[in-house]
Design a protein around this ligand. Structure first.
Ligand SMILES: [Zn+2]
Ligand SMILES: [Zn+2]
Length: 348
């Protein structure tokens, strides 16, 4: 049996749960999970804040583990190797977006790592707050062995979510980039934009984030609550990557873009954005959204991180502290990602 932590309903804390994973099919690999990051989506899903939750729900889509079993047709993994799993475990494999290695935009919908309809077992997928997981090798990533594994886990969601749009936008030397919000996503956006050679300004509502922002690679810091900031930074940025999922003003951010500048949205506030057309017309401003990244690009990101020594800043917790971690995450009290040490299931 696999020990796990699950949500059983939207209101009560997560608790211990056990199940049998699906048997390892010909194209599957089975992992013993070593670490799993805690993403804000886990909390939204556990509490059914986005609807469609199927209980018991085992969250977790920032998974690093070791391969313990491979199916007869598996070609890219061997027993004993490290492997990672991000937000997806399946897609149709036949649509134009799957063909283009952008499974995250599968026209038939990708299967989420948890709470997705498991086309192989018929049930719902169960995520990384567990001892084991079985996954199709196509959706498993090779994990570099030169980086601390607990700090690699969040790259599988927070990392690729910020890497992909910055790459798509071809952010590089000579670009001025604003990063809005210094949380799980924001701290990775700063690290990647810095590695790509951009000049970075951290845009935050909290002065207390300045020191960290600069340590992570930001060159400048601006307080968005200061009325001066808006006028000082008018027409300043080539790109702004906005990681904030709480309601906030997007129009003033668009005003900080240069002609042809792009506001990149990777956070999803619950209410629709209010943006006057003129804010975009004046200066041919672009609005761009982005969702994680394809499997090939996720591997490229991991290889880039291995080469440039990039990981997440993490706080490792034993499995029985998940509920406390959720409460602290809601208060923004984490620098910058909680990661579960899955070996602690043995004692839980
Ligand atoms: Zn996530
Ligand atoms: Zn597809």
């Amino acid at each position: 049996m696999t020990q796990a932590y699950a949500a059983f309903n939207p209101t009560e804390p997560l608790g211990p749960y056990q199940y049998k994973t699906r048997t390892t099919g010909p194209k599957d690999i089975r992992l013993e999970i070593l670490y799993c990051g805690i993403c804000h989506s886990d909390l939204h899903s556990a509490r059914n804040e986005w609807g469609g939750a199927h209980y018991p729900l085992v969250p977790g889509h920032e998974i690093v583990g070791r391969v313990t079993e491979v199916g007869s047709e598996v070609t890219s993994f061997k027993v004993g190797e490290l492997a990672g799993i991000g937000c997806m475990v399946d897609s149709c494999g036949a649509c134009e977006n799957c063909d283009a290695h952008e499974e995250q935009f599968c026209l038939n919908g990708f299967t989420g790592t948890y709470n997705g309809v498991d086309k192989k077992s018929g049930g719902y997928t169960l995520g990384g707050y567990a001892q084991h997981i079985v996954v199709d090798e196509h959706f498993a990533l090779h994990i570099p062995d030169n980086l601390p594994l607990e700090a690699v886990a969040p790259l599988l969601c927070a990392g690729i979510t910020t890497y992909s749009p910055l790459r798509h936008a071809k952010v590089g030397k000579g670009h001025r980039v604003g990063v809005v919000g210094l949380g799980g996503l924001g701290h990775m956006a700063v690290k990647f934009a810095a590695a790509f050679g951009a000049e970075i300004t951290m845009l935050s509502t909290s002065k207390s984030k300045e020191e960290d922002a600069r340590r992570l690679g930001a060159h400048h810091f601006a307080l968005t609550t200061d009325p001066e900031t808006n006028s000082k930074l008018q027409g300043h940025f080539d790109f702004i990557i906005d990681t904030v999922s709480a309601p906030h003003d997007h129009t003033s951010l668009i005003g900080m873009l240069r002609t042809n500048g792009t506001l990149i949205i990777v956070g999803a506030p619950p209410e629709p954005m209010q943006i006057p057309g003129f804010a975009l017309l004046m200066g041919r401003k672009h609005l761009m959204g982005s969702l994680i990244g394809g499997i090939r690009e996720t591997q490229e990101m991991l290889d880039f991180c291995a080469e440039h020594n990039i990981t997440s800043d993490v706080e490792v917790i034993p499995v029985d502290q998940i509920n406390e971690a959720y409460e602290r995450m809601l208060k923004g009290d984490v620098r910058y990602r909680f990661v579960i040490d899955n070996s602690t299931f043995q004692n839980a």
